[in-house]
Design a protein around this ligand. Structure first.
Ligand code: ZN
Length: 285
């Protein structure tokens, strides 16, 4: 167990540092009133590393680790992460969205490193990419397929979005070519592609399963924004605005979110719309 944790720590410290240092080069974190003595970028990185370690070692679950990381950073004054050098202009992203993104990418990189190690241990000479529902178009035709090591490396290097990065939920599992049977047959994979290309309508727009999931994330982001506003009004004692924001806008967005989810056959993701400190009934004494 100690060995596993030690291994995990090595991977997170080097690979996640690389991810934040290179992939998001120039990442700067703005915080207000913080009394931290470490550079904020390091604090951010440490919090994400710690969340990943906790999940990988089985200490806590995904959402608990995420909530703790976001709350720790938020309590230390970090509210927004600002990225520059991307398309030559700065942009800002909410703290919870940034943590979630960095966390997912870190988990993906860690899985890749662990699968690579596992492959060496079993003497594997290839990889099979797993299949997941709501697959984006760029990975739709490669999921479920088996590749030799060379083929996989070539394929992954040629992908704009590499496996397990930038919100990709795929993983490449080690196989022994010719011995490991593929999880899905060719005809099953064709059926899966058909399903992923089948659309469902909502208010005159057609959504593939992937597009529907993206639209859900937009609804959840809108909900988190409104809940933040409600919290801010509440903190300032502005009961009227808090009620208007919390009870009217949040409720109407959630109503639309539920209608949409129902129409496209997805369940509500309560964790994705949660904001620390928000309660539906705002009571200001
Ligand atoms: Zn993917």
């Amino acid at each position: 167990m100690l060995g596993l944790v030690a291994d995990v720590a090595v991977v997170t410290n080097t690979q996640i540092a690389g991810m934040i240092g290179n992939g998001l080069s120039g990442t700067m974190a703005f915080g207000a009133g913080t009394a931290l003595n470490k550079p904020l970028q390091q604090v951010y990185q440490d919090a994400v590393d710690y969340a990943i370690l906790q999940v990988r070692s089985g200490t806590t679950d995904y959402w608990d680790a995420m909530r703790t990381a976001t709350k720790t950073l938020s309590d230390n004054g970090l509210k927004v992460i600002s990225y520059d050098n991307i398309d030559k202009r700065a942009y800002h992203r909410r703290l919870d969205s940034s943590v979630l993104n960095a966390f997912r990418s870190g988990m993906g990189m860690l899985s890749a490193a662990q699968n690579e190690r596992l492959r060496e241990q079993i003497g594997g000479d290839g990889y099979e990419i797993n299949v997941h529902g709501g697959c984006a178009e760029d990975h739709l035709y490669i999921q479920g397929k088996q590749y030799s090591l060379n083929e996989y490396e070539k394929l992954n290097n040629g992908l704009k979005r590499k496996i397990g990065t930038l919100n990709c939920n795929h993983r490449a599992y080690p196989i022994i070519l010719g011995l490991s049977p593929p999880t899905y047959t060719e005809s099953q994979l064709i059926e899966i592609i058909k399903q992923e290309c089948t659309t469902k309508d909502f208010e005159g727009r057609a959504y593939t399963p992937y597009q529907a999931e993206q639209r859900q994330r937009e609804f959840e982001l809108a909900l988190r924004r409104e809940k933040d506003r409600a919290n801010a009004f509440k903190a300032s004692g502005d009961k009227k605005s808090a009620e208007r924001t919390a009870k009217a806008k949040t409720t109407s967005i959630r109503q639309k979110y539920l209608e949409f989810s129902d129409a496209v056959g997805l369940s509500e993701k309560k964790n994705c719309a949660a904001v620390s400190g928000y309660t539906r009934g705002i009571n200001i004494k």
